[in-house]
Design a protein around this ligand. Structure first.
Ligand code: PRP
Ligand code: URA
Length: 212
């Protein structure tokens, strides 16, 4: 696929190892959920490197020093329901002050077009750095639509985080939204005739929540 300056694909043995387990059809719901969370946390170290910080005075038992701390209320995490929910704790445990918004979207099984059904965003989100979460980026329709929606709410600083992407979907989102940083754990081969990612991991929502 063409190179995009706003796309970062991880090449890390720890992530690769965990994704191998995630793909395995014999991996059960509990382990699947834990893996999604762990992979998100590893990605977060890189993806959150530019979050707003401030200098504060801290008194150690020995002296006063100036230290760097994260600016509270400066970050929002927005999962795309359902599967994005599985990624939330991977960041929230690292950054408990982050606000959480929700965007509900599902793919129409005939047209593959995203259908929005729910939205609740934190007040003042337009002034926050927003991390949009969805483990699967297939045609890119859901991600692109969700980003467009956030922009309409006035959000200007958006980072997308996905675990597995198909080249066609990643190219679509990168081209539709060149101002959005996109972090992807791994880039898969292609989509099948039902727009599922190959080799992929199947339906992320069903595997996270045991619905099939
Ligand atoms: C999955 C996934 C993404 C979307 C990706 O959700 O979690 O949101 O498909 O596909 P796209 O890139 O082609 O839009 P799904 O529609 O299965 O809904 P669910 O999470 O509620 O199962
Ligand atoms: N959504 C999923 O959960 N898996 C895919 O492979 C594509 C879309």
């Amino acid at each position: 696929m063409k190179e995009y300056p706003n796309v970062m694909v991880f090449d890390h043995p720890l992530i690769k190892h965990k994704i191998a387990h995630l793909r395995d059809k014999n991996t059960g719901m509990k382990e699947f959920r834990e893996l999604v969370e762990e992979i998100t946390s590893i990605m977060a170290f890189e993806a959150l490197k530019d979050i707003p910080t401030k200098e504060v005075e801290i008194e150690t038992p020995l002296e006063v020093c100036t230290q760097t701390m994260i600016v509270e209320k400066s970050v929002a995490i927005v999962p795309i329901l359902r599967a994005g929910l599985g990624m939330v704790n991977g960041i929230h445990t690292l950054l408990p002050t982050a606000k959480v918004g929700h965007i509900g979207m599902y793919r129409d099984e005939e047209t593959m077009e995203p259908q929005a059904y729910y939205c609740k965003l934190p007040q003042g989100i337009e002034n926050m750095k927003v991390f949009l979460l969805d483990p699967m980026l297939a045609t890119g329709g859901s991600a692109s639509e969700a980003i467009g929606f956030l922009k309409k709410q006035g959000v200007t600083d958006i980072t997308m985080m996905s675990i597995i992407a198909a080249p066609v979907g990643l190219e679509r989102v990168a081209a539709d939204h060149p101002d959005v940083k996109i972090y992807v754990s791994t880039l898969d081969r292609e989509l099948n005739e039902h727009c599922y990612i190959l080799p992929g991991l199947g339906d992320a929502g069903d595997r996270l929540f045991g619905t099939k």
